[in-house]
Design a binder for this molecule. Structure first.
Ligand SMILES: Cc1cc2nc3c(=O)[nH]c(=O)nc-3n(C[C@H](O)[C@H](O)[C@H](O)COP(=O)(O)O)c2cc1C
Length: 341
């Protein structure tokens, strides 16, 4: 086992279990991953990247695999329909990566039509042999993320996970939906429980964890080795610390946005606390981006919309975006908006 992969734990009795920022295309850029860590996430994973493009040295794909010394562990996620490309891309990444994560969960037609992502769950033999080829090729741990099944016929994640245990995959993550469901319906934590019970590997539960109540309910029901959070962390990286405080795993005063606040946090209204939290997160995101990849307007725009979502007069951010041409101006204007409460 690697230092980053703990053995499967027993029943959950309130003990501390790791929280993962889910890999999310267009969201989990390097600065956002570093920010999520500062906010309390224990592990982060890159957005998925095309293994074949990596083997062909495509610059845009390699840019998604950018990391820095502070990112520890570095866990790139790759997808693809060709085993030899998945193995070669893993080998190319293994110099900088601590763990390689394989994607068998993406439901997007442009991915499934090349028999990659969640489509491979409809070809379990190919999925398993692909994993075996990758495990055999690299000296670092390999993990896999999948759905319940394709949605045609019975769920098959359990059988696949059992096979993956035999070929040397070291950790599993199950998103409690099928390929057919994409993001609709409710995540099936019952089925995730049955996967947890059927293997000796640590299984991370994923789907519909959005706060400390749902985190508690998901851990109590599944006894998973950890939780992975996706949509709940978009624009709200603070969710990780908030969950840890809610579960009694950390003190509220240690949350970085509360530590940084001058004055009595408890005297602020709930809305003012939301603004202050998001402002801290936004400013820190900008600092981290400057220190690593540099500011990128496309990522900043996406994050600015998410960071301001649900706040009073959030629509203002649209006019801020249209009015500002330079990245620094845009960063400052968004920060000012978040200070405007
Ligand atoms: C915008 C977006 C992009 C995503 N990109 C990826 C990806 O690159 N790799 C992956 O394994 N899953 C991806 N997912 C799925 C999430 O990792 C996660 O499995 C899913 O959102 C369910 O978790 P949640 O209910 O906490 O959102 C993406 C989801 C969203 C919303």
């Amino acid at each position: 086992m690697s230092a980053f992969i703990l053995p499967k734990p027993g029943e959950w009795d309130g003990d501390v279990r790791p929280l993962f920022l889910a890999p999310m295309s267009g969201v989990t850029d390097l600065a956002y991953r570093l920010l999520a860590k500062e906010c309390g996430a224990d592990f982060t994973i890159t957005e998925f990247t095309n293994s074949t493009a990596l083997t062909r040295d495509a610059a845009t794909s390699w840019r998604k695999m950018e990391t820095c010394e502070a990112e520890n562990p570095f866990i790139p996620q790759i997808f693809g329909g060709v085993s030899k490309d998945m193995a070669l891309a893993s080998e190319l990444l293994s110099d900088s990566a601590d763990i390689i994560d394989l994607n068998f969960g993406c439901p997007a037609p442009k991915i499934t039509k090349i028999c990659a992502g969640a489509a491979l769950m409809g070809q379990p033999e190919n999925l398993v042999s692909m994993c075996e080829e990758v495990v055999d090729r690299v000296d670092i741990p390999v993990t896999a993320k999948m759905r319940l099944g394709t949605g045609q016929g019975d769920f098959n994640a359990k059988e696949i996970c059992q096979e993956l245990e035999h070929v040397g995959i070291q950790r599993l993550c199950v998103h409690g939906r099928t390929l057919k469901q994409r993001y609709s319906g409710v995540a099936d934590w019952d089925y995730i429980t049955s996967v947890v019970e059927s293997v000796e590997l640590p299984v991370i539960a994923n789907g519909d964890v959005v706060d400390s109540d749902s985190a508690k309910a998901c851990l109590s029901q599944t006894n998973a080795a950890g939780l992975m959070i996706g949509r709940g962390a978009i624009g709200r990286p603070s969710i990780f610390g908030e969950i840890k405080v809610g579960l009694g795993w950390m003190e509220k005063e240690d949350l970085p946005w509360i530590k940084a606040h001058e004055g009595n946090w408890e005297n602020l209204t709930e809305t003012a606390q939301q603004f202050a939290t998001r402002r801290w997160c936004w400013n820190r995101y900008i600092e981290l981006a400057r220190e690593t990849t540099g500011l990128e307007l496309k990522s900043m725009r996406g994050h600015a919309v998410s960071f301001t979502k649900g706040l009073p007069s959030a629509k203002k951010i649209r006019s801020i975006m249209h009015g500002k041409t330079s990245k620094e101006e845009f960063a400052a204007a968004t920060s000012d908006f978040l200070a405007s409460n």
